[in-house]
Design a protein around this ligand. Sequence first.
Ligand SMILES: Nc1ncnc2c1ncn2[C@@H]1O[C@H](COP(=O)(O)OP(=O)(O)O)[C@@H](O)[C@H]1O
Ligand SMILES: [Mg+2]
Length: 229
Amino acid sequence: MNNLINLKNISKSFYNNKKISVLKKINYSFTRGKIYSLVGPSGSGKSTLLNILSMIDRPTSGSLSISNKVVNFSETLDNDKIRSEKIGIIYQQNNLLTDFTALENVYMAHLSLTNNKKEAKHKAKIILKKMGLKSREDHYPSELSGGEMQRTAIARALINEPDVILADEPTGSLDQSTAKEIFNILYKLKDKNRLIIYATHNRYFANMADCKLEMIDGNIKTINAKFKQ
Ligand SMILES: Nc1ncnc2c1ncn2[C@@H]1O[C@H](COP(=O)(O)OP(=O)(O)O)[C@@H](O)[C@H]1O
Ligand SMILES: [Mg+2]
């Protein structure tokens, strides 16, 4: 089938002084080829859900399948490999490495798949060029604008040609016109084999998606799906 990611009874609680149940038995299937937006108030669990989808965090209970394979959250090395091969992640606050240039930030993400530095650099240059950053290759993050940093982060997320792109409020710290530019790029990445999920607070960007999901009381509610689920 075309279900790329399946969630079965996914729950996540955090225990500080008391237990906070953030995700409550979520069942959902994400379809390949579609773009989903994830909305909900601050603290509703959007990042928690994205962190589980990317296997950065583990659920308290329930199971996650990627390409029909159930993820074993204890196999962190295997999961790191799956993540670098299949999943591109973009965060709000760019988390580029400050001591490395744009080119280095991008090509290093490819070294987990190949030991060929020359090939990785070549690939990174092509993607940076596509992102309109050819003249910024040798710039450090501090020398880039907010939009340029996010385009570098997108290039980094793309270098391994991921099936899944997860973006957690990717334009949360950008002005509206730069945010539009970033979403235009994100939407150009739509492909029949790819799944894109992004969290956003912006209603306009949320409504562009093929399917808008809202986090309500620890669960996912489909607000408008423009395709048959
Ligand atoms: N590592 C953590 N430890 C304790 N509580 C956490 C942790 N991460 C998130 N939370 C709590 O889980 C809830 C959901 O957070 P989050 O997923 O970041 O929401 P959102 O991304 O929708 O703003 C919040 O109440 C937050 O405080
Ligand atoms: Mg968040």
